[in-house]
Design a protein around this ligand. Structure first.
Ligand code: AMP
Length: 624
């Protein structure tokens, strides 16, 4: 990426005033690299080919400029965003809502498989400006004539490589062919496989190409770890780190100005000497704050990227990436605030499951793995607390004897006939106040320690790409090795032009099932079989019966074979309470399944273990 001398600002970008105001509200200080390049290009009406991962701020990179160009008086879809999954569709729709908060009468609608058609049609009838959806469902609504795109101005393909991986690329092409020729297209993809390049070549007109450059160096004096956010809130995790990690001074990075203040207040309330540092604070005051950190008057700074640039305080022993940075370069800048002047430093990155890709990108760029970190347990914390408490008493004992207190306590001892230790214990309780000294270890131990559950290294990598062309296709999808599988038959086969990826994509979205739970797929002449976890809820199977792939209803039904081997466990499904998943199974309930191991007695001798996950395209077998 080309770097200009003066850092870009949102204010200088010609965004419509209501959008600028929304950016101010959410507290973004500065455009992320992808935003700095994509926003002007999209505002000028160019097509765009952007190589960007989740976490880089790409949603705002397209939402802000496209919303700026929206004609609110026309209540018809003007922007369509295609996403690979329903979760992303919901997330992107929410982001649009946030950025459009000052646009009067604005309507955005997510469309995805698994949600009732009726609800979606009702919303469509009411009129929306922006539609965000998964390709299959969007296509259905276009075909039925309910989603009319005659007034479309812009189409965004978000995570195009994921759409390819999930088998949606033909659907995407179909949509691209239906939309008006005058539209603007933005295609975002973390990687650029040739299939995506082809789509870009065919449909994008003289696009601006954006790729965020990445630096490669990080200091060897920095120990880098990450914690996968799970089981504990980030704030609780941070307080545990503050208690259990020996540190001198700490720099905590968050994304927004607002978060610097909020987090600093929370940490202060928990007894830490902490201040916020952000771009709203006048320069002179910022310098005073940094000076206080240098002198040890405070130990923690909660900062945004902008203000921490160039910060050089040797005391900083730890950098915590509380919010993952928007790009690898920012990560490198951030952690470079520790390990200075030959000292050793620690960098800890909080990563939510959705942000894993950025973690991989960081590892790839810095050319070294980042170690997973075990969050200190309540027991570790208590041990530290006891040590510190004793130390305070020792320190106090080492000071000169305080005659007044000595005298007072002698009087108490005589008046109450109390043992000296009883009095000391009463004083300790007084000193501690309402906050208990120790955490309740049962209550504060996450049931599933995320680090302990970390899957083997190769399982954490992004799924390998499926090969979907030619005969004897092999799609290296993984059925889940620990889960009992059941074989299903679906009414779409070779003659309908189906590819394994189409099946995976449709099932993953309609059943809200993570693709790692979709096992062996075989494609026959007019039907296919697919292995999925045993015991899928009725509602899910019902939804899958109606789902369409290659314009065929899946009409899914058990195939009467059980592919699992004897050591599998049943996957338990939650039918309620998952966001956006009424009556559908939760997306991942692997650990819940572990709680209830069942002997998988349904395995038939001689059937193929589902661990062999490959897909074969076959001619009709005898007797099928
Ligand atoms: P995305 O890559 O679009 O999924 O965005 C990742 C996260 O970055 C979201 O939580 C956004 O709210 C946040 N974000 C986007 N742009 C900025 C920015 N310029 N400054 C700080 N945070 C941002």
């Amino acid at each position: 990426m080309s770097k200009s001398a003066t850092p870009p600002t949102f204010a200088a970008m010609n965004l419509a005033p209501p959008l600028l105001k929304a950016v101010e509200d959410v507290g973004y200080e500065q455009p992320s690299p992808i935003q700095a390049e994509a926003i002007p290009a999209l505002l000028e009406g160019h097509d765009l080919l952007g190589q960007a991962q989740t976490g880089t701020g790409k949603t705002a990179a397209f939402a802000l400029p496209l919303l700026s160009r929206l004609d609110l008086s026309r209540r018809e879809p003007q922007i369509l965003v295609l996403t690979p999954t329903r979760e992303l569709a919901i997330q992107v729709a929410e982001a649009f809502q946030t950025y459009a908060r000052h646009l009067k009468d604005f309507h955005v609608m997510p469309i995805y498989g698994g949600q009732s058609y009726e609800v979606q049609l009702r919303q469509l009838r009411r009129g929306v400006h922006v539609v965000v959806g998964t390709p299959g469902r969007v296509m259905d609504h276009m075909r039925s004539g309910k989603l009319k795109l005659g007034g479309l101005q812009a189409l965004v393909l978000d995570e195009a490589d994921e759409m390819l991986r999930m088998g949606f690329i033909d659907d995407v092409e179909w949509v691209l062919e239906q939309i008006p020729a005058t539209r603007q297209i933005a295609l975002f993809s973390a990687t650029m496989p040739k299939e995506i390049r082809k789509v870009a070549d065919r449909h994008l007109r003289d696009p601006r190409v954006i790729k965020v450059a990445q630096k490669t160096a990080t200091a060897e004096t920095i120990r880098q770890r990450y914690w996968q956010v799970s089981g504990l809130h980030k704030l609780d995790a941070l307080t545990r780190i503050l208690e259990a990690e020996p540190y001198d001074a700490m720099l905590v990075f968050v994304r927004t100005k607002t978060s610097t203040v909020e987090l600093a207040e929370k940490l202060e309330a928990r007894g830490h000497a902490c201040e916020a540092l952000n771009g709203d604070i006048p320069q002179a005051q910022r310098e005073r704050i940094v000076e206080r950190l240098k002198q040890g008057k405070i130990d923690i700074l909660v900062a945004t990227d902008v203000v921490a640039r160039g910060l050089d305080v040797q005391r900083i022993s730890h950098v915590i990436n509380y919010d993952i940075p928007t790009d690898v370069e920012a990560y490198i800048h951030r952690i470079g605030r520790t390990g200075r002047a030959g000292k050793l430093g620690d960098a800890i990155l909080f990563v939510s499951p959705r942000e894993k890709r950025l973690l991989y990108a960081i590892e790839k760029t810095i050319r070294q793995p980042i170690e997973p970190m075990q969050m200190p347990t309540a027991k570790d914390i208590n041990l530290q607390r006891v040590l510190r408490f004793k130390q305070r008493i020792r320190d106090s004992l080492a000071n000169e004897r305080n005659e007044l207190y000595y005298q007072l306590l002698t009087e108490v001892q005589q008046e109450e006939s109390a043992e000296p230790l009883e009095i000391a214990a009463a004083l300790a309780a007084l000193l501690q106040g309402d906050e208990p000294l120790l955490l309740n270890e049962k209550e504060h131990t996450p049931r599933h320690d995320p680090a302990a559950r970390r899957p083997p290294r190769d399982e954490q990598r992004p799924p390998r790409r499926s090969k979907t062309a030619g005969s004897d296709e092999v799609i290296p999808l993984k059925g889940h090795p620990e889960v009992e599988m059941q074989r299903f038959r679906i009414a779409v086969g070779y003659q309908h032009g189906v590819k394994p990826g189409n099946i995976v994509g449709a099932i993953a979205n309609e059943a809200q099932l993570d693709s790692e739970y979709i096992g062996h797929i075989e494609i026959f002449e007019d039907y296919s079989t697919v292995d999925m976890p045993a015991g899928m809820p009725k509602e899910t199977l019902f939804a899958l019966r109606k789902a369409r792939v290659c314009q065929q209803r899946l009409d899914i039904a058990p195939a009467g074979e059980t592919p699992a081997d004897g050591s599998r466990k049943t996957l338990s499904f939650k039918s309620k309470g998952k966001p956006g998943a009424k009556g559908k199974p939760g997306p991942k309930t692997r650990t819940a399944g572990k709680d209830k191991p069942k002997p998988a007695s349904r395995a038939k001798p001689g059937t193929k273990p589902a661990a062999k996950k490959h897909v074969k395209k076959r001619e009709k077998p005898r007797g099928a």
